[in-house]
Ligand binder design. Structure first.
Ligand SMILES: [Mg+2]
Length: 213
């Protein structure tokens, strides 16, 4: 195998949605939110400058998180199960590294036979009634540079590593020594095309196997 560790972004990579934008639409504050997310993924504003702002407007409760978790699965990108099965068959360590909300991503990960320990995302906090009570502000994934930090943490032995994602923040993995594959099957971003080691516009995620197997 070419890479011992393969990391995937979630939103617009494993699933065709941006979870936070869907939650914003559901809460009735969609358009402004989508513009903010897009600006962050294009590298125009820092992630930390908008992260808390977005969640404070949306205030997703437990029901909202369960709802978006189902949507992540319903809108899964073509070829995702096959891609994961192929990598699992050859013994590749797989991680999902996302700036999204962890509890919303775990059901999709479970469906792909990925343990909770291999899902790196931001914990959302609830009070005892299941209402929104904030998020883990210590998470590196709520700020720029977070994906580099996580990649370094999960690879102490400096194994060969690849990162696949659609966003500017995914390409930060390059600073941790990862080979970066830009996935433009959902959204093709110019900055990612420029920063990635290779870039694909194929709508089926299996296109990345050509670089991984
Ligand atoms: Mg993404």
């Amino acid at each position: 195998m070419r890479f011992e560790i393969v990391c995937f972004d979630c939103d617009s990579t494993l699933s065709a949605i941006e979870g936070i934008d869907e939650l914003a639409n559901r809460a009735g504050c969609g358009a402004a939110m989508a513009a903010l997310t897009n600006a962050a993924m294009n590298g125009e504003v820092s992630l930390e400058s908008i992260y808390g702002q977005r969640l404070n407007l949306i205030r997703p409760d437990k029901d909202a998180i369960d709802w978006v978790a189902e949507l992540y699965i319903a809108r899964m990108v073509q070829g995702v199960p096959e891609t994961f099965q192929q990598l699992q068959k050859q013994g590749t360590q797989i991680h999902i590294i996302s700036g999204g909300l962890k509890q919303a991503i775990l059901p999709l990960a479970a469906l792909l036979n990925i343990d909770e320990q291999q899902v790196h995302a931001v914990d959302v906090l609830f009070d005892d009634k299941g209402d929104y009570a904030g998020f883990n502000q210590q998470s590196p994934l709520a700020r720029n540079g977070g994906k580099t930090e996580i990649c370094l943490q999960l690879n102490p032995d400096k194994l060969t590593m690849a990162m696949i994602g659609d966003g500017h923040t995914d390409m930060e993995a390059k600073k941790a020594g990862a080979f970066c594959i830009g996935f433009g099957g959902v959204v093709a971003r110019k900055i990612v095309q420029e920063q990635a080691d290779v870039f694909t516009r194929e709508p089926d995620l299996q296109a990345v196997l050509a670089y991984l197997v």
